[in-house]
Ligand binder design. Structure first.
Ligand SMILES: Cc1cc2nc3c(=O)[nH]c(=O)nc-3n(C[C@H](O)[C@H](O)[C@H](O)COP(=O)(O)OP(=O)(O)OC[C@H]3O[C@@H](n4cnc5c(N)ncnc54)[C@H](O)[C@@H]3O)c2cc1C
Length: 421
């Protein structure tokens, strides 16, 4: 069993109580007034969602945005900033209130994630992976495992990693080869994972490993604490973006964990992994929307200020139309993601296909929006003095991970080809 402490849980409750007072009600009402521009991120939000949006936006503006360039440049994992986010409940967005989380649905949680990503998409994306792991432990773990693991995850005293991908099992994740063999009252894990976000830094690894036959039904899911003998990590990968979070291989050499560290039953691991990703893919899409929204706001300001040919760039109809296209792409992405989130919250059987559609539509469209915003900045967009190129680099991987956008189309087309309608 992982190390156990109750102190963290009480701390989270206190943080959540203080989060409520953090919200300035008058400010919220003003932001929700009809004076909000056509492009405002607040359109269509309920009053409660608006509170979450403003809380997260204020936080991202104060704690993420001013430091994001340095985190990227120096490849710093901003532990203190993440722990401050956890003080507001953002490390347990989808964890039940009983377990110390704030128990949001995907529609409400997505509002928080989009707002945070507008400050730093990379850091927020790691936070979503941490949230995915915490949700899996809360949803599928035993009472004892939850008690011993979640309090530290909710405060981010401990960080979490999701370990599915292997060197030879990427898109075909169900072919994974990491093995977990039962030996007395312990499982012994052998094998290796690739591309693990938080790898080498996290204290908690949610690991999919094979306990049975080939295919998805032979996979189980385990919580492996850092420091377990035989667990080791590769170097921090050098990446195009997502530099504010480490990515590393994770190796298992006769790593022993008690049976109590298994989530759910033997053979249920792949189902749990996919259920985690249903929410995770929406979160990644929310990160892309936040990045695209920030880039578009910056581009709007830039083309109004910058003069060429004796007049502001914004007087050029091509750029006006481009800006309109960017706003439309962001709005389309939001509608897609919110619709899929509603399906997931309602546990609709078609939710997975809608999530897949939303992830591929939003992450493709929003990457293109970041690229258009860069183009509008001309040569300056290419410089690190402006944040656009960082948002572009960070958003690029959203088209690849948690299932590539080709795999998202596989999921969507499978649903189309098997349904009657
Ligand atoms: C920065 C980063 C962080 C990551 N973090 C994590 C993490 O925390 N945990 C984790 O488990 N994984 C993580 N991943 C891994 C990520 O999920 C995989 O890279 C992704 O699933 C693709 O697998 P692959 O790289 O092996 O590509 P492959 O599966 O080899 O695919 C290569 C190309 O072929 C295409 N392709 C494959 N099969 C098909 C098909 N049937 N039809 C059409 N096209 C197809 C793919 O779409 C892709 O374009 C991360 C990756 C990156 C880059």
């Amino acid at each position: 069993m992982v190390s156990c402490s109750n102190a963290g849980r009480e701390a989270v409750f206190n943080f959540l109580r203080s989060a409520v007072t953090y919200v300035n009600v008058h400010y919220l009402k003003a932001a929700h007034s009809s004076s909000a521009g056509a492009f405002a991120a607040t359109h269509g939000l309920t009053d409660t969602q608006l509170e979450f949006h403003n809380l997260a936006t204020d936080f991202a503006n104060a704690e993420f945005a001013p430091h994001a360039a340095q985190w990227d440049e120096e490849k710093m994992f901003p532990e203190a900033a993440l722990q401050k986010a956890a003080e507001l409940g953002f490390a347990g967005l989808f964890v039940s209130e009983d377990a110390g989380g704030i128990g949001l649905g995907r529609q409400d949680g997505g509002v928080v994630i989009e707002a945070l990503a507008a400050g730093c998409a990379s850091t927020t994306a790691y936070l979503t992976i941490h949230n995915m792991c915490a949700w899996m432990i809360d949803t599928f773990g035993s009472a004892e495992l939850k008690e011993c693991t979640l309090p530290q995850l909710l405060t981010m005293e401990h960080f979490a990693s999701y370990c599915l991908t292997e060197p030879n099992a990427g898109s075909d994740a169900a072919s994974l080869a990491t093995k977990a063999s039962l030996d007395g009252d312990e499982y012994v894990l052998n094998g290796g994972k690739a591309f693990i976000s938080g790898g080498g830094r996290s204290e908690v690894y949610v690991v999919m490993a094979r306990t049975g036959a080939d295919g998805p039904k032979g996979i189980s899911c385990f919580v492996v604490p850092s420091g377990t003998a035989g667990l080791s990590f590769g170097k921090n990968e050098r990446k195009l973006g997502w530099n504010s979070q480490p990515t590393a291989t994770v190796s298992f050499d006769n790593v022993r964990v008690p049976i109590a560290n298994r989530l759910g039953e033997e053979g249920d691991g792949f189902t749990m992994a996919m259920r985690g990703l249903d929410g995770g893919r929406l979160s990644i899409a929310n990160c892309s929307i936040g990045a695209a929204y920030q880039c578009t706001k910056l581009a709007r300001t830039y083309i109004k200020d910058r003069k060429q040919f004796g007049k502001p760039l914004a007087s050029n109809q091509h750029l006006q139309f481009k800006l309109a296209d960017m706003a439309a792409a962001i709005h389309t992405s939001r509608l897609h993601v919110r619709s899929a989130a509603a399906q997931l919250d309602a546990k609709q059987p078609t939710a997975r296909a809608f999530v897949a559609m939303a992830k591929h539509v939003a992450t493709d469209a929003c990457f293109n929006v970041c690229n258009d915003a860069l183009q509008m900045h001309g040569g300056y967009g290419y410089l690190k003095d402006y944040p656009i190129e960082r948002f572009l680099r960070d958003a690029r991987v959203h088209q690849i991970l948690e299932g590539t956008n080709e795999v998202m189309r596989v999921i969507t087309s499978r649903e189309l080809l098997t349904s009657e309608e």
